[in-house]
Ligand binder design. Structure first.
Ligand SMILES: Cc1cc2nc3c(=O)[nH]c(=O)nc-3n(C[C@H](O)[C@H](O)[C@H](O)COP(=O)(O)OP(=O)(O)OC[C@H]3O[C@@H](n4cnc5c(N)ncnc54)[C@H](O)[C@@H]3O)c2cc1C
Length: 337
């Protein structure tokens, strides 16, 4: 099977699921990586190191910032001339748009957010979670090439091998675009919960430490947010020691404790870390659907009847303001940090 893999990157940071897509492609046959952007030599090198047999590089100033029109036109022209059987993308906001637009050009369809892919003769059967992850749907794409975006951390990541090198084939760039990018705000790139192996999340409970005295002059709401920020500082310390990311419940986001980009759940992000530590989160169904596929869940909550404990392998009934710093110190010692 001839598979093309789109390597998604933003400001030099490569989406790790791009490598997982290469690993998946290699399990089915040969892999050609597609690297688009401006000054992409380092990304091309990394693609070879992660197992690409061939790299198609579209390297042009017109592709400095992601805009779907030139990226999709370039990808569609390349796919039309090379006729791959399968095109894989890591699932990101950019690739959902890119894959959809290219699929229209190529008269095919896109299977989004797949978590498994099996070859049965010439047919490819994809699995993807639907209905908030309650049902796994098996689906095929009858168009050619089959296009699919893969769920982050659902497939094994190949180990890079620095001895693997190659020369990229240059691709003609279709530079026409009606849009220009004026800039980015920091928050758009700050949190990457989808790729995190460890997530420490905080809920409404992070604001519940009446013994903390806020600075004078704050009204009640300001004091609540100030307390929550002290709580999230403890959560961030623990996440940092474990090399993880900080998540949050919707109550914490709605309360103004932390930006929306951290929200886990039905209306936030769906995450699949190896370890999820829920601090001061009750475990409402809308939160659980975002994290129940974590390999190991630990819950810290004052209320022994909190539903989160049903989801957790390990539970600590207690005040997060005591437990979280104690855990951070214990991990620091254990990990020699
Ligand atoms: C359509 C819809 C979509 C939604 N989408 C989402 C979503 O994407 N994500 C999401 O999270 N929610 C979502 N919600 C909201 C959800 O229903 C819950 O309201 C929310 O998850 C509750 O957040 P919480 O657990 O932080 O707060 P609470 O339910 O108030 O729980 C706080 C917990 O903290 C504990 N606690 C308090 N103080 C301490 C302390 N000092 N130490 C330890 N524990 C303490 C309490 O015992 C309690 O269990 C959605 C709701 C709707 C209707």
């Amino acid at each position: 099977m001839k598979t093309f893999v789109y390597i998604d990157h933003f400001k030099g940071e490569i989406q790790p699921a791009s490598w997982e897509a290469i690993g998946l492609g290699k399990s089915l046959g040969s892999v050609s990586a597609m690297v688009f952007g401006s000054g992409v030599d380092a990304i091309t090198k990394a693609a070879f190191e992660h197992g690409a047999d061939e790299v198609f590089a579209a390297d042009d100033a017109a592709l400095t910032d992601f805009r779907v029109e030139p990226y999709a036109a370039t990808l569609s022209a390349l796919a039309s001339s090379q006729s791959p059987d399968l095109i894989l993308f890591p699932t990101t906001a950019r690739t959902r748009e890119l894959a959809a637009m290219s699929a229209v050009d190529l008269s095919t369809g896109v299977l989004t957010d797949i978590s498994a892919l099996e070859a049965d003769g010439d047919q490819l059967m994809a699995t993807r979670p639907i209905y908030e992850g309650k049902v796994l749907e098996k689906t095929i794409c009858t168009g050619k090439p089959v296009m699919a975006t893969i769920r982050g951390r659902a497939f094994p990541k190949p180990e890079p091998d620095a001895s693997k090198t190659g020369t990229a084939t240059k691709v003609e760039v279709k530079a026409d675009a009606l849009t220009t990018v004026e800039g980015y705000s920091a928050s758009e790139s700050a949190v990457n919960l989808g790729d995190a192996g460890v997530i420490v999340s905080g809920g409404r409970g992070v604001s519940n430490n009446p013994s903390l005295q806020p600075p004078a002059g704050m009204d009640e709401k300001q004091a609540e947010i100030w307390r929550a920020q002290q709580g999230f500082a403890l959560i961030t310390d623990l996440a940092n020691v474990l090399g993880g990311a900080v998540g949050a419940s919707r109550a914490a986001v709605d309360g103004g404790y932390i930006p929306y980009s951290h929200q886990v759940g039905q209306t936030g992000k769906v995450v699949t870390p190896d370890l999820y530590i829920a601090c001061g989160i009750s475990g409402a169904i809308q939160h659980l659907v975002g994290m129940r596929n974590a390999k190991l869940v630990v819950a810290i909550n004052k209320d022994s009847d909190a539903p989160i404990f049903k989801q957790a392998r390990y539970g600590v009934v207690g005040d997060l303001f005591q437990i979280v710093p104690a855990l951070t110190e214990a991990f620091k010692k254990k990990l020699g940090k």
